[in-house]
Design a binder for this molecule. Structure first.
Ligand SMILES: C[S@@+](CC[C@H](N)C(=O)[O-])C[C@H]1O[C@@H](n2cnc3c(N)ncnc32)[C@H](O)[C@@H]1O
Length: 225
Protein backbone atom coordinates (compact mmCIF):
# COMPACT_ATOMS: atom_id res chain seq x y z
CA UNK A 1 0.00 0.00 0.00
CA UNK A 2 0.98 3.64 -0.49
CA UNK A 3 1.55 4.16 3.24
CA UNK A 4 4.45 1.72 3.20
CA UNK A 5 6.07 3.13 0.10
CA UNK A 6 6.33 6.76 1.25
CA UNK A 7 8.14 8.39 4.13
CA UNK A 8 5.93 10.30 6.53
CA UNK A 9 8.29 12.72 8.27
CA UNK A 10 7.20 16.20 9.21
CA UNK A 11 8.72 19.61 9.72
CA UNK A 12 7.39 22.48 11.84
CA UNK A 13 6.21 26.02 11.12
CA UNK A 14 9.54 27.71 11.83
CA UNK A 15 11.24 25.33 9.36
CA UNK A 16 8.62 26.11 6.68
CA UNK A 17 9.05 29.86 7.31
CA UNK A 18 12.82 29.46 6.91
CA UNK A 19 12.65 27.22 3.83
CA UNK A 20 10.19 29.44 1.95
CA UNK A 21 11.07 32.91 3.31
CA UNK A 22 7.40 33.26 4.34
CA UNK A 23 6.74 36.72 5.78
CA UNK A 24 4.44 37.44 8.72
CA UNK A 25 2.13 39.29 6.32
CA UNK A 26 1.93 36.22 4.05
CA UNK A 27 1.25 33.91 7.00
CA UNK A 28 -1.66 36.06 8.12
CA UNK A 29 -3.11 36.99 4.74
CA UNK A 30 -2.26 34.39 2.12
CA UNK A 31 -4.27 31.35 1.19
CA UNK A 32 -1.60 28.64 1.12
CA UNK A 33 -1.63 25.16 -0.42
CA UNK A 34 0.93 22.71 1.02
CA UNK A 35 1.65 19.92 -1.49
CA UNK A 36 3.02 16.76 0.13
CA UNK A 37 2.84 18.19 3.66
CA UNK A 38 2.54 14.69 5.17
CA UNK A 39 2.72 14.82 8.98
CA UNK A 40 4.27 18.32 9.10
CA UNK A 41 2.80 20.65 11.74
CA UNK A 42 2.75 23.63 9.34
CA UNK A 43 -1.02 23.46 8.72
CA UNK A 44 -1.88 22.96 12.42
CA UNK A 45 0.37 25.79 13.58
CA UNK A 46 -0.70 28.31 10.92
CA UNK A 47 -4.36 27.49 11.57
CA UNK A 48 -3.83 28.07 15.31
CA UNK A 49 -2.42 31.51 14.43
CA UNK A 50 -5.51 32.35 12.34
CA UNK A 51 -3.98 31.68 8.91
CA UNK A 52 -5.38 29.64 6.01
CA UNK A 53 -3.64 26.47 4.81
CA UNK A 54 -4.91 23.44 2.91
CA UNK A 55 -2.55 20.45 2.76
CA UNK A 56 -2.70 17.65 0.20
CA UNK A 57 -0.95 14.31 0.58
CA UNK A 58 -1.86 10.69 -0.23
CA UNK A 59 -1.13 9.81 3.42
CA UNK A 60 -4.33 11.61 4.40
CA UNK A 61 -6.46 8.69 3.18
CA UNK A 62 -5.40 6.93 6.40
CA UNK A 63 -6.52 7.54 9.99
CA UNK A 64 -4.40 9.37 12.57
CA UNK A 65 -3.87 6.03 14.34
CA UNK A 66 -2.57 4.36 11.16
CA UNK A 67 -0.28 7.31 10.39
CA UNK A 68 1.03 7.30 13.99
CA UNK A 69 2.05 3.63 13.65
CA UNK A 70 3.85 4.37 10.39
CA UNK A 71 5.62 7.41 11.91
CA UNK A 72 7.01 5.24 14.72
CA UNK A 73 8.30 2.66 12.22
CA UNK A 74 9.83 5.27 9.94
CA UNK A 75 11.39 7.34 12.76
CA UNK A 76 13.80 4.52 13.62
CA UNK A 77 14.80 4.05 9.96
CA UNK A 78 15.24 7.78 9.36
CA UNK A 79 17.26 8.33 12.53
CA UNK A 80 19.57 5.40 11.68
CA UNK A 81 20.12 6.94 8.23
CA UNK A 82 20.77 10.43 9.69
CA UNK A 83 23.35 9.04 12.16
CA UNK A 84 25.08 7.15 9.34
CA UNK A 85 25.27 10.27 7.14
CA UNK A 86 25.73 12.86 9.92
CA UNK A 87 28.29 14.87 7.89
CA UNK A 88 25.68 15.50 5.16
CA UNK A 89 23.79 17.83 7.53
CA UNK A 90 24.44 21.24 9.10
CA UNK A 91 24.26 20.88 12.89
CA UNK A 92 23.72 24.54 13.78
CA UNK A 93 20.08 25.39 14.40
CA UNK A 94 19.50 21.72 15.18
CA UNK A 95 22.35 20.73 17.52
CA UNK A 96 22.51 16.95 17.01
CA UNK A 97 20.47 13.89 15.92
CA UNK A 98 18.79 13.66 19.33
CA UNK A 99 17.56 17.27 19.05
CA UNK A 100 16.35 16.51 15.52
CA UNK A 101 14.38 13.50 16.76
CA UNK A 102 12.69 15.53 19.52
CA UNK A 103 11.86 18.40 17.15
CA UNK A 104 10.40 16.21 14.39
CA UNK A 105 8.43 13.96 16.75
CA UNK A 106 6.98 17.04 18.43
CA UNK A 107 5.92 18.46 15.02
CA UNK A 108 4.30 15.14 14.10
CA UNK A 109 2.43 14.95 17.44
CA UNK A 110 1.05 18.44 16.73
CA UNK A 111 -0.05 17.22 13.27
CA UNK A 112 -1.67 14.06 14.67
CA UNK A 113 -3.58 16.03 17.31
CA UNK A 114 -4.97 18.33 14.58
CA UNK A 115 -5.55 15.76 11.83
CA UNK A 116 -9.11 14.54 12.51
CA UNK A 117 -10.53 18.05 12.99
CA UNK A 118 -8.50 19.41 10.08
CA UNK A 119 -9.77 16.67 7.77
CA UNK A 120 -13.38 17.46 8.77
CA UNK A 121 -12.70 21.14 8.08
CA UNK A 122 -11.25 20.31 4.63
CA UNK A 123 -7.73 21.41 5.59
CA UNK A 124 -6.20 17.95 4.98
CA UNK A 125 -7.14 16.37 1.65
CA UNK A 126 -6.02 13.03 0.27
CA UNK A 127 -4.83 14.09 -3.18
CA UNK A 128 -1.80 13.33 -5.29
CA UNK A 129 0.19 15.50 -7.64
CA UNK A 130 0.20 15.87 -10.59
CA UNK A 131 -3.61 16.28 -10.36
CA UNK A 132 -5.37 18.58 -7.91
CA UNK A 133 -9.10 19.14 -7.42
CA UNK A 134 -8.98 22.91 -6.83
CA UNK A 135 -10.22 25.72 -9.08
CA UNK A 136 -7.89 28.09 -10.98
CA UNK A 137 -5.96 30.49 -8.67
CA UNK A 138 -7.77 29.21 -5.57
CA UNK A 139 -4.56 29.90 -3.61
CA UNK A 140 -2.04 32.72 -3.33
CA UNK A 141 0.86 30.30 -3.07
CA UNK A 142 1.50 26.57 -3.39
CA UNK A 143 4.45 25.05 -1.53
CA UNK A 144 6.40 21.84 -1.97
CA UNK A 145 8.73 20.98 0.90
CA UNK A 146 10.96 17.95 0.51
CA UNK A 147 9.02 16.32 -2.29
CA UNK A 148 9.63 17.82 -5.79
CA UNK A 149 13.31 17.87 -6.86
CA UNK A 150 14.41 16.00 -3.67
CA UNK A 151 13.06 12.69 -5.00
CA UNK A 152 14.33 13.22 -8.57
CA UNK A 153 15.71 9.67 -8.64
CA UNK A 154 12.11 8.39 -8.37
CA UNK A 155 10.08 11.18 -10.02
CA UNK A 156 10.95 11.97 -13.65
CA UNK A 157 11.02 15.24 -15.58
CA UNK A 158 7.50 14.71 -16.97
CA UNK A 159 6.13 14.29 -13.44
CA UNK A 160 7.89 17.47 -12.28
CA UNK A 161 6.56 19.41 -15.29
CA UNK A 162 2.97 18.21 -14.82
CA UNK A 163 3.06 18.72 -11.04
CA UNK A 164 4.48 22.26 -11.19
CA UNK A 165 2.10 23.34 -13.98
CA UNK A 166 -0.81 21.96 -11.93
CA UNK A 167 0.39 23.90 -8.85
CA UNK A 168 0.61 27.03 -11.05
CA UNK A 169 -2.97 26.42 -12.24
CA UNK A 170 -4.34 26.51 -8.69
CA UNK A 171 -1.98 29.12 -7.17
CA UNK A 172 -0.59 32.50 -8.21
CA UNK A 173 2.90 31.53 -7.05
CA UNK A 174 4.80 28.29 -6.46
CA UNK A 175 7.73 27.81 -4.06
CA UNK A 176 9.76 24.58 -4.01
CA UNK A 177 12.44 23.60 -1.46
CA UNK A 178 15.03 22.09 -1.67
CA UNK A 179 16.53 22.05 -5.18
CA UNK A 180 18.90 19.21 -4.26
CA UNK A 181 18.30 15.46 -4.42
CA UNK A 182 18.84 12.98 -1.60
CA UNK A 183 22.42 12.66 -2.95
CA UNK A 184 23.11 16.35 -2.14
CA UNK A 185 23.44 17.43 -5.80
CA UNK A 186 21.18 19.78 -7.78
CA UNK A 187 18.18 17.98 -9.23
CA UNK A 188 18.91 16.84 -12.79
CA UNK A 189 15.44 18.20 -13.74
CA UNK A 190 15.95 21.75 -12.49
CA UNK A 191 17.38 23.46 -15.62
CA UNK A 192 15.03 21.72 -18.07
CA UNK A 193 11.99 22.48 -15.91
CA UNK A 194 12.97 26.16 -15.75
CA UNK A 195 13.34 26.20 -19.56
CA UNK A 196 9.90 24.62 -20.01
CA UNK A 197 8.34 27.10 -17.58
CA UNK A 198 9.99 30.04 -19.40
CA UNK A 199 8.71 28.74 -22.76
CA UNK A 200 5.18 28.79 -21.29
CA UNK A 201 5.54 32.38 -20.06
CA UNK A 202 6.35 31.73 -16.40
CA UNK A 203 9.15 33.51 -14.55
CA UNK A 204 11.25 31.33 -12.27
CA UNK A 205 13.89 32.49 -9.85
CA UNK A 206 16.31 30.69 -7.54
CA UNK A 207 16.15 32.44 -4.17
CA UNK A 208 18.49 31.96 -1.20
CA UNK A 209 16.70 31.03 2.03
CA UNK A 210 17.51 31.28 5.73
CA UNK A 211 17.17 27.52 6.14
CA UNK A 212 19.95 24.98 5.60
CA UNK A 213 19.91 21.55 7.19
CA UNK A 214 20.90 19.27 4.29
CA UNK A 215 24.43 20.52 3.38
CA UNK A 216 24.26 23.10 0.56
CA UNK A 217 20.46 22.99 0.31
CA UNK A 218 19.64 26.62 1.07
CA UNK A 219 17.75 27.73 -2.04
CA UNK A 220 14.17 27.53 -3.25
CA UNK A 221 12.63 27.88 -6.68
CA UNK A 222 9.97 30.60 -6.93
CA UNK A 223 7.69 30.50 -9.99
CA UNK A 224 5.15 33.15 -10.99
CA UNK A 225 2.86 33.62 -13.96
C1 LIG B 1 9.59 13.68 2.89
S1 LIG B 1 7.88 13.98 3.10
C2 LIG B 1 7.85 15.74 3.37
C3 LIG B 1 6.78 16.17 4.34
C4 LIG B 1 6.66 17.66 4.58
N1 LIG B 1 6.44 18.38 3.36
C5 LIG B 1 7.89 18.20 5.27
O1 LIG B 1 8.74 18.82 4.61
O2 LIG B 1 8.03 18.02 6.46
C6 LIG B 1 7.25 13.78 1.43
C7 LIG B 1 5.74 13.74 1.37
O3 LIG B 1 5.32 13.67 0.00
C8 LIG B 1 4.12 12.92 -0.03
N2 LIG B 1 3.81 12.46 -1.41
C9 LIG B 1 4.20 11.32 -2.03
N3 LIG B 1 3.69 11.27 -3.27
C10 LIG B 1 2.95 12.41 -3.44
C11 LIG B 1 2.18 12.95 -4.53
N4 LIG B 1 2.09 12.33 -5.72
N5 LIG B 1 1.55 14.14 -4.36
C12 LIG B 1 1.66 14.81 -3.19
N6 LIG B 1 2.39 14.35 -2.13
C13 LIG B 1 3.02 13.17 -2.26
C14 LIG B 1 4.41 11.78 0.93
O4 LIG B 1 3.23 11.17 1.36
C15 LIG B 1 5.15 12.52 2.05
O5 LIG B 1 4.26 12.93 3.07
Amino acid sequence: MILNSIVPWGRNLSEYVGMFNITEYELKNSKILGCGDGPASFNAEVTALGGRVVSVDPTYQFTAEQIAVRIDEVALEVMAEVRKKQEDFVWKNIANPEALYIMRMSAMQTFLADFKRGKEEGRYKSEMLPKLSFKETAFDMALSSHFLFLYSDYLDEQFHKDAILEMLRVAKEVRIFPLMTLENVYSPHLDKIREILASQGYISEIVKTEYEFQQGADEMLVVRG
